[in-house]
Design a binder for this molecule. Structure first.
Ligand code: FAD
Ligand code: SF4
Length: 516
């Protein structure tokens, strides 16, 4: 047999048969390499839904590769000779297969890139790392955009993207005359609730997924989360169905209710396609083009379609640019010097804060929370509490099925925790419990009161909001966008300030918040 020419590395979030790694693939001399390794589920304490999604999607992709006649070296998690980490497994397989070269599409995580580079170097092999065509733009283009800018606001980048890729543009101007319809996208459901929201697209586990579920239950029994309701798309065909269902059933109201919350229902009008996109089962152009086509067909209003396009063509590409132009230092940032421990109940949902309990239970059950729950419930509480950014980053990365570091880290550290000191967000996203009260009915079923900052019934969000302003007053006073919030501090006299601080200290010591 001829010597193996290229060993094409495919990671769990690179499940795209048209990826650059496959350019020039010759079945007669090349082979694909994939490995399920425990380290990827254990370096953060990954939730079971996330582990199952990755492993099942990998196995479905492997099956498609075999059916397409591609030679594949695949290591299963339960194989006795599994080496446990990507680096160790690759090293062992290089020794066995003796390829002339390693090829891959640029990975989504800095840690993995370093590990694989080190393996190639140790083996004296070239590692040909190719641009990831999945994204609209390259990291080089983002770096050019960022050059010389002190802050990197998404809005300017987004407008550049719209122009460059000709999305929702008419004669060089934004469709409808405005770049942004955010103001129309902030409604709550009001007292009557969301009514009959179309049911979520569910994909009951097939034989492959069932086998993976059994494996994960046996191998990672203590990991957080539950698999009872696992129904995520795990193949390209299923991902396309999920996209189609979103475009026809949810997109028209996506914009209007983007920020709304409702107990027991994280899905609402959200697309639920982030995991499929991040595993590369879906191409972002497919999602954007389908939404724009719905607008032109008169099936969805511009405010919804623009809101959706902004998330994918704007935010998604922007956070990737931030990640790759700022790593490795970005992960270490802690501009607010936050040092508190993440409450243990983030991993169980056992808290008496009604909004957090609901969000945590959904997150653990499905590996999903919608954007506003992540930003204004789980993220906000950690920010107000002053949780060390590395701990809340590990939590976000572990429990959400769509979590891959390039997208999770900037969203958590930059947008949600202000740990980059304002590179991404012009001000910290801080609010009292009244924000949650406005956007959901959670507070009605809660033992706390969103309008109280001290006393037994004080809402911990509200107490911690004032405590946050007190702790960071000098820093926030220098931020024009925080001026109004900081000025309101003047309403508190010394005794009230002390009462807020005392209650905040009790919350931090765990005297408030745990269920039971
Ligand atoms: P929708 O709300 O329907 O939005 C449509 C699509 O837009 C999403 O599928 C996603 O691909 C994209 N999108 C929306 N907002 C963002 C954003 N801020 N950054 C990047 N893409 C975006 N998204 C992830 O994909 N993985 C993560 O690990 C992740 N971690 C987050 C952590 C925090 C603290 C916050 C505040 C946000 C995070 N997001 C993350 C962004 C966003 O919350 C999710 O993309 C979204 O909730 C996924 O659900 P959906 O597909 O129903 O999205
Ligand atoms: Fe959440 Fe506070 Fe409202 Fe309770 S009162 S649901 S803790 S915002």
């Amino acid at each position: 047999m001829n010597r193996l020419r290229d060993l094409v590395i495919v990671l769990g979030d690179q499940l795209d048969a048209n990826a650059s790694a496959f350019d020039g693939f010759d079945p007669a001399q090349d082979a694909v390499w994939m490995a399920e390794v425990a380290e990827e589920s254990e370096h953060v304490w990954s939730g079971k839904p996330r582990i199952v999604l990755f492993l099942s999607a990998m196995r479905h992709f492997a099956q498609a590769l075999r059916e397409a006649g591609r030679s594949l070296h695949y290591t299963r998690l339960d194989q006795p000779d599994n080496r446990g980490s990507l680096a160790a497994q690759l090293q062992a397989d290089i020794a066995r297969l003796r390829p002339a070269r390693l090829v891959m599409t640029a990975p989504g995580e800095w840690r993995v890139l370093q590990a694989l580079r080190a393996v190639a170097q140790a083996g004296g092999l070239t590692l040909d790392i190719r641009d990831d065509r999945h994204f609209y733009g390259s990291v080089r283009e983002f770096a050019a955009h960022a050059r010389g800018r002190k802050t990197l606001r998404m809005e300017y980048f987004y407008r550049e993207q719209r122009r460059r890729h000709g999305v929702l543009m008419r004669d060089g101007e934004p469709e409808g005359g405005q770049w942004n319809y955010d103001a129309e996208n902030r409604e709550s459901f009001g007292a009557t609730g969301p009514g009959a929201v179309p049911p979520r697209a569910m994909f009951p586990p097939d034989a492959i997924t069932r086998e993976v579920i059994a494996l994960v239950e046996a191998r990672f029994p203590a990991h957080p989360g539950s698999l009872t309701d696992f129904a995520w798309p795990v193949s390209r065909a299923q991902a396309l169905i999920a996209l189609e269902r979103f475009i026809t059933e949810r997109l028209p109201l996506f914009g209007r209710y983007q920020d709304a919350m409702w107990p027991g229902d994280p899905w609402l009008y959200h697309a639920q396609i982030s995991a499929a996109l991040n595993l590369k089962l879906l191409d972002p152009r497919e999602a954007v083009d389908a939404a724009v086509a719905a607008f032109h067909a008169g099936a969805a209003p511009l405010a919804s379609v623009e809101g959706f396009v902004r998330q994918i063509l704007g935010w998604r590409e922007y956070v990737r640019g931030i990640y790759w132009t700022r790593m490795p230092g970005y992960g270490e940032l802690n501009a607010l010097q936050a040092k508190a421990e993440l409450p243990a109940w983030y991993w169980t949902g056992e808290t008496d804060l009604a909004c957090l309990r609901d969000t945590l239970e959904q997150t653990l059950a499905h590996g999903y929370a919608n954007h506003i729950q992540r930003l204004m419930v789980t993220g906000l509480y950690a920010l107000l509490l002053g949780v060390e950014p590395a701990q809340i980053h590990a939590w976000f990365l572990a429990v959400h099925v769509d979590a891959v570091e390039w997208v999770e880290l900037p969203n958590t550290l930059g947008m949600s925790q202000y740990a980059d000191g304002g590179l991404m967000a012009s001000k910290p996203y801080v609010a009292t419990g009244r924000y949650i009260q406005r956007m959901s009915p959670h507070c009605q079923g809660c033992r706390y009161r969103p309008d109280q900052s001290v006393g037994e019934r004080a809402c911990p969000f509200t107490t911690l909001y004032w405590d946050f302003l007190l702790r960071h007053e000098p820093l926030m006073a220098g931020n024009p966008r925080m001026a109004l919030q900081v000025r309101n501090l003047a309403r508190l006299d010394e005794a009230q300030r002390d009462a807020v601080r005392a209650r905040a200290a009790a919350i931090r010591q765990g005297e408030v918040g745990s269920a039971g």
